[in-house]
Design a protein around this ligand. Structure first.
Ligand code: FPP
Length: 246
């Protein structure tokens, strides 16, 4: 089935978030070092970003490195950071040519200086692009993000900038790292694992969840189109009944 042709362009998810999982297992299956899985994973990133832009998805967020990933062996962390730098250097032209804006969410200040500098440069250079926003979650954890939000709002209440009574969902949204992004419509996780793993807990409140058995390095745009087609054939009720929707 050609899923791309079946996709309804007026019902596209406005925000897709992906947990790119299975790099290590992919490498192990081929008898390779884990890092080879990450390298192949970076190629999958390229294909999926291209596919998202091609069909007109306005926001794509990728879980590239979690706060928990710092606990991996140093050599793997270092190589992942190097891979981030080389991918950014390599892909800046493609981002520009395709009018894609790059953003990052997470504790960016904890990244190695070189990665931070490269990231900031690409973010700055692509800031005027508007076809699609590609957000990389780097050193990201949703509980850390929510803790950060609570602290910021508490400080504002303490200083009298806002009153506790005025705190509502929109105030919280404005303090999230994802402040200018819409809620996630579709969350995809690869590699057969069915967990959220501290990813966008607030933003996923009404997201449709889609789990694929494919290991991330093998994931391609056609697989993304299949996930979108599946999403479009679900009924999103947001707490209402089917009858109310029709
Ligand atoms: C999960 O697989 C993947 C990661 C922790 C890193 C994701 C990184 C990439 C896809 C490569 C580069 C990305 C960019 C944005 C340039 P895993 O290692 O947990 O796999 P496993 O569960 O099979 O061990």
């Amino acid at each position: 089935m050609n899923f791309k042709e079946q996709i309804d362009p007026v019902k596209l998810p406005q925000h897709i978030a992906i947990i790119m999982d299975g790099n290590g297992r992919w490498a192990k299956k081929q008898g390779l070092m884990r890092i080879r899985g990450h390298e192949k994973g970076a190629k999958a990133v390229r294909d999926v970003v291209e596919g998202s832009a091609e069909i007109g998805v306005p926001n794509l967020t990728l879980y590239a490195f979690s706060t928990e990933n710092w606990n991996r062996p140093k050599v793997e962390v270092d190589t992942l950071m190097k891979l981030l730098v080389s991918s950014l250097k390599k892909e800046i032209t493609t981002l520009q040519e395709n009018d894609i804006k790059l953003k990052a969410i997470g504790c960016i200040e904890t990244l190695p200086k070189k990665a931070r500098r490269e990231l900031e440069e690409v973010i700055k250079k692509t800031s005027g692009n508007s076809r699609m926003t590609l957000t990389l979650a780097l050193s990201y954890g949703s509980r850390e993000e929510l803790t950060h939000v609570v602290k910021e709002i508490a400080e504002k209440v303490a200083s009298g900038e806002i009153s506790a009574k005025a705190i509502d969902e929109s105030v919280i949204n404005k303090h999230l790292y994802t402040q200018n992004l819409p809620d996630v419509d579709l969350m995809i996780r690869t590699s057969g694992e069915q967990r959220i793993s501290n990813f966008l807990l607030w933003q996923l409140a009404y997201a449709e969840l889609y789990f694929s058995e494919i290991l991330w390095p093998d994931y391609r745009k056609e697989d993304l189109f299949e996930a979108i087609y599946n999403y479009q054939n679900r009924e999103r009720r947001f707490g209402k009944t089917s009858e109310q929707l029709s």
